[in-house]
Write a protein that binds this ligand. Structure first.
Ligand code: MN3
Length: 250
């Protein structure tokens, strides 16, 4: 299974490299595109998510010991895969043009079915979630403008983590915790129920998602059982701040 991912990933990188050469892109820009999400219809960036599940950017075991390999396998290949499949069914049934970004659907989600809401959200949230993580790092923190703005908004990086963790702990039942940039370009922390997200017109929390944390039990139960706070505390060590910064710079 992991071999299969690597193969897909390699194919994508080769395709992207060709596309990059065709567009005359420098290797620096190409590098940042490669780390963004991808789809079979071509390169998509953080503001353009496709309707297909893209390859996991690392192996199932890459986030050990914070997130165990079995959880990642089931989460990616079963839970997230079925959101993508069900989203494609809903898109076909409801006449959605899947060559357009999924973000277009999310911003008008109240016009669609509950099946669309649950699966468009589920697919988008997981595509983002995988990219918001990487292998464990000590003293893992953002840098540059994002760090400065986190410090000026929340007082300190430590305070930011406390507030975000609290939002994640206190989300009753299933849902997500978020760091977003709102319409006034301010950083904001919040949470959403089920598979809703801050791009949806029905969401109380609105903004462009920079960082998302899945607090559904399927994301942590095998390793952490009922101890959601331990999962949240450990998760900070695998946040991919480079990716979050890339989204913030958009
Ligand atoms: Mn999940």
């Amino acid at each position: 299974m992991e071999q299969h991912h690597l193969t897909d990933r390699r194919k994508f990188i080769i395709t992207s490299a060709r596309a990059g050469l065709a567009l005359g892109l420098g290797s620096g820009l190409l590098g940042s595109l490669v780390s963004c999400s991808t789809s079979r219809k071509g390169v998509t960036g953080p503001g353009r998510t496709g309707f297909q599940q893209t390859p996991l950017p690392y192996s199932y075991g890459a986030l050990e010991p914070v997130i165990d390999s079995t959880t990642m396998d089931i989460h990616y290949s079963k839970h997230a895969a079925s959101y993508a499949t069900n989203l494609q069914q809903a898109a076909q049934a409801e006449g959605v043009d899947t060559s357009k970004p999924l973000e277009d659907v999310l911003s008008r989600i109240s016009k669609y079915s509950t099946k669309m809401r649950n699966n468009a959200g589920g697919h988008y949230n997981h595509e983002l979630f995988w990219r918001c993580m990487r292998g464990r790092m000590n003293d893992n923190r953002p840098a540059g403008q994002l760090l400065q703005d986190i410090e000026s908004t929340f007082g300190s990086f430590g305070n930011f983590k406390l507030q975000f963790s609290e939002a994640a702990r206190n989300r009753f039942g299933s849902g997500w915790a978020w760091l977003v940039r709102d319409a006034d370009k301010k950083l904001k922390i919040g949470s959403t129920p089920n598979q809703d997200n801050p791009l949806m017109d029905v969401s109380d929390l609105k903004g462009f998602p920079l960082l998302g944390l899945d607090v559904w039990e399927h994301a942590y139960y095998l390793k952490y059982q009922n101890k959601r706070p331990d999962y949240i505390d450990n998760w900070w060590n695998v946040v991919n701040w480079d990716y979050v910064q890339q989204r913030y710079a958009m």
